[in-house]
Design a protein around this ligand. Sequence first.
Ligand code: PAF
Length: 304
Amino acid sequence: MSSLAAVRRLAPEGNQRRVLVATMGGLHQGHLELVRLAREAADGAKVEDRMWKIEDRTSNIQHRRSSAERGNGEVAVSIFVNPLQFEPGADYERYPRPEKADEDLCRAAGVDLLFRPAPDEMYRADCSVTVEEHMLSQTLCGRSRPGHFRGVCTVVAKLFHLLEPDAAVFGEKDFQQLAIIRRMVRDLDFPIEIIAVPTVREPDGVACSSRNQYLSGEERRQAPMLRSALLQAAERVRDGETSAEKLIGEVQQQISTAPAARIDYVEVVETESLQRRDTVGGGSLLAVAVFFGKTRLIDNIVLA
Ligand code: PAF
């Protein structure tokens, strides 16, 4: 049974509220927090006997979850390393794919439906339609990763159609992605609630990311610099600084003290439109993208 065919047969039933956590796998604490909040958002609907369903290309495993494990709604996790959102020459091939570990984590976290399509199931060889956002995607990561958000919007729109969730959770670490998905949902009338989840961090402040594992020991030791620079800038704003230019300069200077760091961007933007701001005021976001060696890390903080 193809996983697409399977998933179509598993459309949410009756009153069940389905909440989607879309991922590319390589699951970590950040994803597990998304799953936890998805569970909270899913519960509240009518309690029903439900099946624990794991779907993938090769197997179709079904286990009944015990009543103690059972909640009211349904949490669906998709794992799909989406080729469309990787620029040519980026890390698509080497992107982590720990399939068994991911499946175990999903089971342990009480996920109800795991959807893992194969690339050729998601994209036909002659597919010629994509979804593109034209404003928010022109700033920040959109400048250095042309085509990336077209890939994200296209796959998320497909996942929304295939899995028909009532809500979907996305992390604030990928703030621009979250803003673009909200815009897509608004402009294309998807009847889906988008729930933002605060960034989950390692004990030293580094934002959880599947790409952290690419960092060498030395790069990983220097990576907490991003968070300290952002926190310091937020402190300066609390002390009365409002000039975006000054804050950006200070953050750049601080990050440059990490020898392995190469700045892609440091910007202050408005939280909804993601357009540049000269002055920090209500709804300002300080966002950074920095290479440590070949690994590009992003982080952000809402300033005011
Ligand atoms: O944030 C991610 O992991 C991906 O961009 C997403 C939303 C799963 C789309 O492939």
